[in-house]
Write a protein that binds this ligand. Structure first.
Ligand code: ATP
Ligand code: MG
Length: 450
């Protein structure tokens, strides 16, 4: 992508309404624009990150056996009357009446709808297990939308739902998603600590929230420092091996970790030696629930079991805050100069800076490398604008692509480009004629190691 043809409205200063660094940086980089309280447009740069996050989510869901689908944002109120949640949900739910006076709502979540889909289409235990998910906009009329997309009113969520015949199978489905979530967040360069959680308005018997640490997090968290030393991304998993999956869950749930609502100081002290007790703040990026028959009973969602008897399905639900993650990743990865994207979620793999746009030799060297990088399958943002070098460096640091390649007249004469690593700041000269090969190698290894 040539910067001269891209739409990335950079702001020199952070707008005053932005209180936290991720919100400031997202506005400054031209990733989002607020349309009204808690409702945002995603501009091209922001949308690229959102898309990469969605694709990471999709890849691991597919591995774990979940199927992607798409349900609408607008739902009939009657569906929510069946589960009894229509009145319970209160003012957070945006209620709509259409021209025929039908009562509708903008979905804050989809348990009712998916249960009704499964109820009408699944008759036999032989059609189970099922794990269905979608990535769709949700609306919750939050009392205090704030911190940009961190707590929006309209936000993008991945929500998945499992259906099983027996409680044991249902718990295995829960465990698979638990592990899938660890791996999904790790693939984005995040350590999201699973913490036992209250079930809240979604309900159910068992639940874990996944939190990433950040000073600006809204939840107070207490956990065992041992989490820091764990290997999060290194472990491979066979999702068909229920015992192996359960061992990972056991390993991650045996260490103390709790949010303030459920924190038990006595147990914390008993279980964790003083030097390992950590208290901090966290951002909830996902939550999973095991319901048992909480939704299937009131909604009469049954199948015929092996003995011919009707059985209520065992279900669970699994959410990821896809749009919140964009802000969460920035909160956990930035410096004074701007964002530092973990390679797998970066909007482009690297930035190419032409230091003297209009200088024939420099332009030619940049154009050639730009073409070679595209052929190597890399996504490059090529700064081909006629701006001063200083401005280009500041802008490239601000948007935080993992690698920068800098080409100027002096380098071109001696056949070198400068390569800069955004995270470490380290700079090295690389030969221009081998630059594409070197960069292709660097970009795949940083992506794999993040
Ligand atoms: P919170 O406690 O932050 O209000 P929640 O527990 O009500 O969130 P869930 O129903 O668990 O939210 O939704 C699944 C995920 O969706 C959350 O883990 C979070 O990452 C994301 N999410 C929830 N509410 C918002 C919001 N208002 N803006 C952005 N993301 C949100
Ligand atoms: Mg939650």
């Amino acid at each position: 992508m040539r910067l001269s043809k891209f739409f990335m409205p950079i702001l020199r200063e952070a707008p005053r309404e932005a209180e936290i660094v991720s919100h400031q940086l997202m506005l400054r980089c031209g990733m989002i624009r607020q349309e009204t309280g808690g409702i945002y447009s995603w501009l091209p740069l922001g949308f690229r990150v959102l898309t990469r996050i969605m694709n990471i989510v999709r890849a691991e869901q597919a591995r774990a056996g979940a199927l992607e689908m798409l349900m609408p944002t607008i739902q009939p109120a009657d569906l929510w009357r069946q589960s009894g949640r229509y009145d319970d949900y209160g003012k957070e739910m945006l209620r709509i009446t259409d021209r025929r006076d039908n009562e509708l709502l903008y979905g804050p979540t989809n348990e009712e709808m998916i249960t009704s889909i499964v109820k009408s289409s699944v008759q036999s235990y032989k059609d189970l297990p099922l794990n269905l998910y979608h990535i769709q906009w949700k609306f919750r009329d939050e009392i205090r939308p704030r911190f940009g997309v961190m707590r929006g009113r309209e936000f993008l969520m991945k929500d998945g739902y499992s259906f099983d015949l027996t409680e044991e199978a249902g718990r295995e489905a829960y465990n698979r998603m638990f592990v899938a979530y660890l791996r999904t967040f790790a693939a984005m360069g995040l350590k999201a600590i699973p913490m036992r959680a209250e079930t809240g308005p979604i309900g159910g018997n068992e639940s874990h929230e996944f939190l990433i640490l950040a000073e600006t997090g809204e939840s107070e968290v207490f956990f065992d420092r041992a989490f820091h030393d764990k290997d999060w991304s290194g472990f491979d998993i066979d999702y068909d091996d229920a015992a192996a999956v359960a061992r990972v869950v056991e390993e991650f749930t045996s260490m103390y970790a709790a949010t303030e609502d459920i924190h038990d100081p006595a147990r914390f002290e008993e279980q964790v030696p003083p030097e390992r007790r950590v208290q901090g703040r966290g951002i909830e990026v996902g939550q999973i629930f095991f319901f048992g028959t909480k939704y299937s009973r009131p909604m009469h969602c049954t199948v015929q079991g092996p003995d011919g008897k009707e059985v209520y399905l065992q279900s669970g639900s699994y959410g990821i805050g896809v749009s919140r993650l964009v802000a969460g990743i920035i909160e956990s990865s930035h410096d004074e100069a701007g964002i530092i994207w973990p390679a797998p979620v970066a909007p482009f793999d690297l930035g190419l800076i032409n230091l003297r746009q209009g200088d024939a030799a420099t332009d030619a060297a940049c154009e050639r490398l730009y073409g070679e990088l595209a052929n190597a399958g890399l996504e490059v943002l090529y700064d081909d604008r006629p701006d001063r070098a200083g401005e280009k460096f500041t802008r490239m640091d601000l948007i935080g692509l993992p690698w920068q390649v800098i080409i100027g007249p002096r380098g071109v004469k001696s056949g070198v480009a400068e390569l800069k690593n955004r995270a470490s700041g380290e700079k090295t000269d690389i030969p221009l004629d081998a630059a594409a090969a070197i960069l292709a190698e660097k970009c795949t290894t940083t992506a794999a190691h993040a």
